[in-house]
Design a protein around this ligand. Sequence first.
Ligand SMILES: O=C(O)CCC(=O)C(=O)O
Length: 373
Amino acid sequence: MSVPLTMAEEGEAGCERESLAAYSRGKLSLKDFEWPQSLRVSFPLVYSDSQSIPEIDLQALLGQQNDKQQQQLQLLSEAVSTCGFFQVVNHPIPASAIRCLDSHARKFFSSPLQRKLELAKAFGRMMTEFDIRPGYTCGSPLESPLKLWYEALLIAASDKDNVSAVAKCLCADEEEEYTFKDALEKFSFGFTKLARDLCTILLETLGLDANEILEEYVDGNEQGVGVKLLHYPPCPQPEKTAGLPEHTDICLLTVLWQDEVGGLQVCQDGCWITVKPNVDAMVVNIGDIFQVCSNDRFKSGLHRVALNKNESRYSIASFYNPRRDFKLTPLPQLLDSTNEAAKFRSMIPVEYRKLTFKETFNGAWQGVNVLRC
Ligand SMILES: O=C(O)CCC(=O)C(=O)O
């Protein structure tokens, strides 16, 4: 899963599907947001240095071959083959661009609900990766028994029309629009560089020609960069619900920035660990596509989001994806070079998304297991 359906995607579904909107209009009560015991988060959230996702220094990883580089590579290899999560410091996404997107997100999410719902309509029928429609959502997917306590604005950052529509909605005047667009461009550029560099290194660890593969399946993906601004408002009963249920992302890689409030939890060896916020780091996770492409060598990171009683939490998630014509399958180059049998059957990503989406929002995440041979 990457992005829950918006009200617009669900046609005539109406605001009842928009959980937080329905709650603020008195159509849903707190009771409606209570999740089954097995999906709830234990409080207080504990940060532990011994149980944490590894921190990778990107400059050392990409730098000269020496002990430090080998050490980073070792950390990375271990992370991607176990919990599928790590944090990257010394990354190429400018702090000023993150600050600008974050401050616009805060301003936007604090505006009246009606204005935010209008934005969902303003985006028309444009699609981003896997037919996900950019725009605003504060909702739970149709028929989902889990009511989600969060809102998000998805921007198709490589689509000029979409970026202009968002900038118009978020900014007061042309000068501000220019600053916002510039920040989004710098963010997207840094994100693409980070994600491509990481994919290159990871494909090389599989003994593959990374450039050849990225050129064949990924480069030039104009629909590729989806930037999702997320807001989890304070919740009176964080121990009875959560912001997002446990899930993996469909993409190749997700890159996430979270503010200092914290709440991202990652499943490591069957236990949930809370990722200690570091505003100077980007959290990266392997997505389902990479798990399938690597024939199960890399693990898609299972995660969820805990809520906070007193404070809002903001995050920015970006998803790195192959081109639209890509077929989800173990890489033929890998199977040929290793003589392995494919561990997953093939499917186009849009179909895969349809197949896994509903279970995820029923709290019964399956992820790539639906494709296992
Ligand atoms: O907000 C977060 O920390 C995670 C967001 C996420 O998991 C998602 O958008 O799929």
